[in-house]
Design a protein around this ligand. Sequence first.
Ligand code: ADP
Length: 283
Amino acid sequence: HVVPVHLNAVAGGVVPAGRPEGRPDAVLLTFRDLTAQRRVEQMRADFVANASHELRTPLASLSGFIETLLGPARNDAAARERFLAIMGAQARRMSRLIDDLLSLSRIELNLHVRPDTQVDLNGILAHVCDTLTPLAQDREVEITFSAETGPATVRGDRDELIRLFENLVENGLKYGISGKKVEVAVVREPGPGAGTAAISVRDYGPGIAPEHLPRLTERFYRVDVAASRDQGGTGLGLAIVKHIIARHRGRMSVESVPGEGAKFTVRLELAAGAEKSEVSPAA
Ligand code: ADP
């Protein structure tokens, strides 16, 4: 007979699982590598610590201003106006962060369910460019959109796909502002079935140094924390992008030459019969 012995690879301990009578003919060793599990636990703990820190910073600032308004600045109308404006901005930042955290956890919960509505890709991209035009004008950046695919349909969740491309175009406007131009383009690439749509968002700003590229989609990872905060960033935009793409079984690549800008390309499988589908007007 065989005596099973469980060996915990992380703890390194050998634990006999039972004491059957007699001498065993063999010993069965089972190995369970807990490294991956520990890594997930560590990531979860880091995430909670980061999220708490991100919320605590604006909260501390709000408390500070409340004290000042109740004390030294009580009768100073000009200071009051100024402080209230800052407090409003901090409250908006907290609410953006909470929205992003909730989006992230909702998408993550549904990661295994592939969304399956027919979505007109060019329609949503035109919609994203339209929605962000006021922000672009405010920053004196021009957004251009070109679609070389003809009508293109993907299967997915319309709101999530809008969110995905909004995040990428917004990043182009925020970080690539000096380049004055953000280009959104769609091309059809051959592949199995109806082929693939490659959607790129390119800016001509400072770009991203190569050592940062692999970490960009980590939650709260920012190349320049101060620049991200100045732009109202939460550090969760690209993590949300990554999860939406995973749910749609797509891929993303990033190319950047520092000083010349950044190009994010998302590849999504086109739905069969895409060439026959109607182009819906940008909503
Ligand atoms: P944030 O809320 O800070 O914008 P993201 O997850 O969207 O968070 O992006 C993470 C970081 O990646 C940003 O803080 C920025 O440093 C960098 N980044 C993203 N897009 C660009 C871009 N187009 N050009 C330069 N840096 C970028």
